[in-house]
Design a protein around this ligand. Structure first.
Ligand code: PGA
Length: 260
């Protein structure tokens, strides 16, 4: 069975105590699942990070940051540098979540700087990509994804592939107003993403990069999604924010895959 990736981004939800309770419970519930079979990560709010790294064993649940500044220090009010994250014991950062691109107007160039800086500091960089509803309707989804990948990974040494993850999250599929992508559509886009990663990193290195699907993943669509050839994991929002639900979703995926 392939190793599968499960992650969740807690966005601007859960205070320190709630994050603590969530993580302790998720660790307990999933402790018996071999980490050769899954990689599990949680990306909480910035204020919860110090507590998060204290209360979990990161070999079971890796903790990541929702954003990162691209300089070690300097005049960047409101930013958090890789050195500050390292000080906490954080080695995973996310760049390019759709809410940062579309609400906070971040560009591919900014995501690229973050990715390069993260890799330089030995972090794993999780780059999120995805087309908007308008881009999908205009028939340019593939072009948008290719652009985000090519610009987001510009200048990255292909040898760093084992420090990279990609999450494909169509903007129109994310959040309370989102509508999940059909399994067929998601698989088609994942296949395109893999082809593009092969072009950027070379086939052998590209194979080290997991590509996760995100955007309204739920108990109904998780299993058919994870069974797709080009979907290596699920990046779950709302359906993962209760530890017992996330655990149930993970186990449903694993039992389906093991029976394949
Ligand atoms: P959702 O969020 O599962 O609640 O749609 C996904 C995400 O934003 O990563």
């Amino acid at each position: 069975m392939k190793r599968v990736y499960f992650g969740t981004n807690l966005k601007m939800y859960k205070n320190i105590r709630m994050t603590h309770d969530y993580l302790v419970s998720l660790e307990q519930l999933t402790r018996d699942i071999s980490r050769d079979t899954i990689k599990l990560f949680v990306i909480p709010s910035y204020t919860s990070l110090p507590e998060a790294v204290k209360c979990v064993d990161q070999s079971l649940i890796q903790i990541g940051a929702q954003n990162m500044g691209w300089e070690d220090e300097g005049q960047f009010t409101g930013e958090i540098s890789p050195l500050m994250l390292e000080e906490l014991g954080i080695h995973l950062m996310m760049a390019g979540h759709s809410e940062r691109r579309h609400v906070l107007l971040e560009t591919d160039e900014m995501e690229n700087r973050k990715v390069l800086c993260a890799l330089h500091h030995g972090f794993t960089a999780l780059l999120c990509i995805g087309e908007t509803g308008g881009q999908k309707e205009g028939g340019i989804s593939r072009e948008v994804l290719r652009t985000q990948l090519k610009l987001g990974f510009k200048g990255v040494d292909p040898q760093m592939a084992d420090h990279i993850m990609v999450a494909y999250e169509p903007v129109w599929a994310i959040g309370v107003n989102g509508k999940p992508a059909s399994v067929e559509y998601a698989e088609e886009m994942h296949s395109e993403i893999r082809t593009c990663l092969d072009e950027i990193f070379g086939r052998e290195n590209s194979a080290k990069i997991p590509v996760l699907y995100g955007g309204s993943v739920n108990m109904e669509n998780a299993v058919p999604l994870i069974r797709q050839e080009h979907i290596d994991g699920l990046y779950v929002g709302r359906s993962a924010w209760h530890a017992d639900q996330f655990n149930t979703l993970i186990r449903a995926c694993l039992s389906s895959l093991s029976g394949q």
